[in-house]
Design a binder for this molecule. Structure first.
Ligand SMILES: C[S@@+](CC[C@H](N)C(=O)[O-])C[C@H]1O[C@@H](n2cnc3c(N)ncnc32)[C@H](O)[C@@H]1O
Length: 279
């Protein structure tokens, strides 16, 4: 089999770490995500995946995060079977393949042009109303091409930390301003995670820089969204079912000062019609 030589750096290179995490999880005795397409893609890439530093525990963390975002996305599609899905910073994630949305769904994957080109070489095109857009998500033009005729769920995993706060705010405000209603589903680092970024091998070895962190998920409701779910990455219920070798490091991290809030998975709705929920 001819393998693809991958020569990316910075944030695009980090998609190999999340891909590898899903691949490792798919081979675990009790896989969380069952993403065998990730393992197939890893086998076709010529890259030293040890650079990612991903191990069984971090792979489980990656798979749990993806699973929650999958569940929220499919929940939205059950309620809105003719929705638009914008899957931003898709990397080599097979979310559209995993969820196999119905024919009524318009699905758009977005990432940088070199990532999209690799994606098209490595992954089968999902069936249905699917397309991929090669653009930075911070560029306003691509969004103006997306028809604003349907409820829209915007899902982005492993993206916000690579953007500035201003870029995240502009993105959220552009989405909220364009579509009548929908949801935004994404993960964030806390500011402690941003400060300790050099401890994350995938980020350090790719030469990527983490920028934006969020400690209070209610703080961004002023951008026109309403928080409806807030999960701490280190408190996810699935952690209890992991083998000890993965569970214990995650439990230890959760006890270290400042680490409990190192990452979150967030679900917001717009328009933010009702009063923001109080903590
Ligand atoms: C950690 S990876 C996550 C990839 C994928 N979501 C996953 O979970 O496997 C970060 C991704 O963000 C993408 N990215 C970072 N900044 C971006 C931007 N401004 N526009 C589009 N994609 C961006 C990178 O190219 C890369 O695919």
């Amino acid at each position: 089999m001819d393998r693809e030589k991958v020569d990316l750096t910075g944030a695009p290179e980090t998609m190999l770490a999340t891909l590898y995490g899903r691949a490792l999880d798919s081979r675990a005795a009790k896989s969380i995500l069952h993403d065998s397409a990730a393992a197939d893609a890893v086998a076709r890439i010529e890259y030293d995946f040890r650079k990612t530093g991903v191990n069984a525990a971090t792979a489980a963390g990656i798979a749990m995060r993806a699973k929650h975002l999958d569940n929220w996305t499919s929940g939205f599609l059950q309620e809105n079977p003719t929705a638009t899905v914008l899957h931003l910073a898709c990397g080599l994630d097979t979310r559209a393949h995993r969820l196999a949305p119905g024919d009524g769904v318009r699905w758009i994957d977005v990432d940088y042009p070199d990532v999209v080109a690799l994606r098209q070489r490595l992954l089968p095109t999902p069936s249905g109303d699917y397309r991929v857009v090669a653009s930075s998500v911070t560029d306003a033009a691509w969004l103006e091409e997306v028809p604003a005729d349907r409820p829209t769920v915007v899902v982005f995993e492993g993206l916000t930390m690579y953007l500035t706060g201003q870029e995240v705010q502009s993105l959220v405000e552009r989405v909220v301003g364009r579509f009548a209603r929908g949801e935004l589903l994404f993960d964030v680092y806390g500011t402690t995670g941003i400060r300790l970024q050099k401890l994350v091998p995938a980020v350090r070895n790719a030469g990527a820089t983490l920028r934006w962190g969020l400690d209070d998920p209610h703080a961004i409701e002023r951008w026109g969204v309403r928080l409806v779910e807030d999960l701490r990455s280190l408190d996810l219920p699935e952690i209890a079912d992991l083998p000890a070798a993965s569970r214990i490091p995650l439990r230890v991290m959760a006890k270290l000062p400042g680490f409990r809030d190192v990452g979150r998975i967030l679900r917001y709705r717009f328009p933010a019609l009702s009063q923001p929920e109080q903590n």
